[in-house]
Design a protein around this ligand. Structure first.
Ligand code: AKG
Length: 283
């Protein structure tokens, strides 16, 4: 039996530590083309080794769990014009950490193009469906229309390849800037069907299906994207991205995707956010 590549060994070990089931890991390996028997044996071997290490070296594994961005190896795949890596992939809910989605130069260019046109970020007024300024969200931001420039168009192609959703399902790319103390309190990105304002915002494109948050810089302190229902923190790392889906095939909305941008404590944080809809979106 050929040896399992080190990046897959790391991926399995990380998932065992996080408490993923064998069935979930098997499903991901099968989707990536592994033979079922081979995948079952690999899962069982890595599980037993990891559990043995877990008993003997809990401190080491606590570090591993707290900082999945620093997992040593990642499975790589092609997203349009770029090779990207997977830091981790949870199956239920579907949340992935993508490494190297965009280059350092692309991060810098997006920041430079945005810096002169930032305004205070708004949130949805759940009554009217309009925008309002709220202490819930204290960042500044700006938007790029779909295909507004060559860089945005290239990123949109990459995101479409990554998510399997057409470019037309994407809302404008949003760039956000957080200074120390700025944050976005825990919220869902989908529109609650019970809110009076939702009917208006659902008219174009329907419900939001998924979100991609791209980290444009390393943050000196704080600024993690936190999923409180899942005890999961994503530390910003330049060029990396977190992708999460909250609308399942049966039309159900997954409340476990509640998330927050925790306060930046040192330095600044720049991100690009792409919200993806069920259908083509126009504003
Ligand atoms: O700042 C973050 O990490 C989260 C941003 C966010 O929740 C959003 O843009 O919907």
């Amino acid at each position: 039996m050929p040896a399992l590549a080190p990046d897959w060994q790391d991926w399995l070990a990380g998932n065992v530590v996080r408490g993923c089931s064998d069935a979930d890991m098997l499903a991901t390996m099968r989707q990536s083309g592994f033979d079922e028997h081979y995948a079952r044996v690999a899962i069982s071997v890595v599980r037993s080794m990891t559990e043995r290490v877990q008993q003997q070296a809990p401190a080491m594994l606590a570090t591993y769990r707290a900082d999945p961005c620093r997992l040593p190896g990642t499975a790589r795949f092609r997203a349009a014009d770029r090779d990207v890596g997977i830091g981790f992939a949870l199956v239920d809910p579907n949340i992935s950490l993508i490494h190297d989605l965009i280059s350092e130069q692309e991060c810098e260019k997006l920041i430079a193009l945005s810096a002169g046109k930032l305004t205070r970020s708004s949130v949805l007024d759940r009554q009217s469906g309009g925008d309002e300024i709220s202490p819930v969200r204290t960042s500044e931001g700006t938007f790029f229309e779909r295909g507004e420039n060559a860089l945005v168009a290239r990123l949109e192609q990459r995101i479409a390849a990554l998510t399997g959703l057409p470019v037309e399902h994407g809302e404008p790319l949003q760039i956000l800037h957080y200074k120390p103390g700025n944050e976005y309190l825990a919220h869902h990105d989908y529109f609650d069907p019970a809110d009076p304002g939702s009917a208006e915002v659902l008219k174009s494109g329907g419900q939001r299906v998924a979100t991609l948050i791209v980290y444009l810089n390393d943050v000196a302190g704080g600024g993690e994207t936190r999923f409180p229902e899942l005890s999961l923190d994503i530390r910003p790392g330049r060029g990396n991205a977190v992708y999460f889906e909250y609308l399942n095939g049966a039309g159900g909305l997954d409340a476990r995707c509640l998330h927050a941008g925790v306060p930046v404590t040192q330095g600044e944080k720049w991100i690009a956010t792409k919200w993806l809809r069920q259908g083509p979106y126009h504003r």
